[in-house]
Design a protein around this ligand. Structure first.
Ligand SMILES: Nc1ncnc2c1ncn2[C@@H]1O[C@H](COP(=O)(O)OP(=O)(O)OP(=O)(O)O)[C@@H](O)[C@H]1O
Length: 252
């Protein structure tokens, strides 16, 4: 089997930053189909910047982001649109529209990208709400939901186009540990049960150990990746002080 057959995302020699300020360079890694991949690092190490460059919100200074073999950086027109539709994104805030019900929020991408009849859109959106265990709240407004429920509703919306890849920016930010653990279980189910590839930015160690198959650790000082691998292996076997410290800071 070729090394690339299982890779759904390849990041090659990526250099990212703002104006002429380089935040990260020499970034190389692969994300394997179906895995939960976490981008880790201290505050300001460039996790969100890397994610935003991967999903096409920013243009890298150099390098490639291949998604299903297609370069996100240079894709334009219909090819770019197809690439954008091949993944979902869960933003940190959830970004639900306050004046719309949960169901209407989840349907939004179908309104934009398809001309399906309303009934079909309702059925698809309801099936996604069931997938995240939120079907009973479909007629509620976002203001009537808890923080964890807002995340689930936003997740249903990110899943509504049946993406093969889901990008998540700090999905547990601001949630209590129990709600956060519930979301982790949902992420595991999306990966193991539905075969969706998850790429998440996080610094919640319990979540990392609970769901991530592989991780990269970014470092603001050297502006690059300082460790890559399974988080349990890195915790138990890493010898570099910086890496040991990151993975053991809260571990028993
Ligand atoms: N829009 C922007 N314009 C200029 N500089 C930015 C912008 N966004 C982030 N930065 C800078 O880029 C660096 C990396 O920020 P980034 O938000 O990617 O880090 P992070 O690892 O996600 O941090 P955190 O965990 O605190 O969210 C920081 O020095 C930050 O000040």
């Amino acid at each position: 089997m070729s090394a690339s057959a299982d890779n759904i995302i390849s990041v090659r020699n990526l250099k990212v930053g703002y104006k002429d300020r380089v935040i990260l360079s020499g970034i190389n890694f692969e994300v394997r189909r179906g895995e939960v991949f976490a981008i880790l690092g201290g505050s300001g190490s460039g996790k969100s910047t890397l994610l935003k460059n991967m999903i096409g919100l920013y243009t890298p200074m150099a390098g490639e982001v291949l998604i299903n073999g297609k370069n996100m950086v240079t894709a334009y027109g219909d090819e770019r649109l197809r690439l954008l539709r091949s993944f979902g994104v869960l933003y940190q805030s959830g970004a639900l529209l306050g004046s719309m019900t949960v169901l209407e929020n989840v349907k939004l991408p179908l309104d934009v990208f398809t001309d399906l009849p309303e009934l079909a859109k309702d059925l698809i959106a309801l099936s996604k709400l069931r997938q995240v265990d939120l079907k009973a709240s479909s007629t509620r407004l976002p203001s009537e939901l808890s923080g964890g429920m807002v995340k689930r509703a936003a997740l249903a919306r990110a899943l509504v186009n049946d993406p093969g890849i889901l990008f998540l920016d700090e999905p547990s930010a601001g949630l209590d540990p129990i709600t956060s653990a519930g979301l982790d279980a949902l992420f595991r189910n999306l990966s193991r049960g539905w075969g969706i590839t998850l790429v998440m930015v996080t610094h919640e160690l319990p979540s990392i150990y609970a769901v991530a198959d592989r991780v990269i650790l970014l470092d603001a000082e050297t502006k690059t990746i300082v460790a890559e691998g399974n988080p349990h292996d890195l915790r138990d076997h890493a010898t570099e002080p910086l890496v040991r410290h990151f993975f053991r800071r809260e571990a028993a």
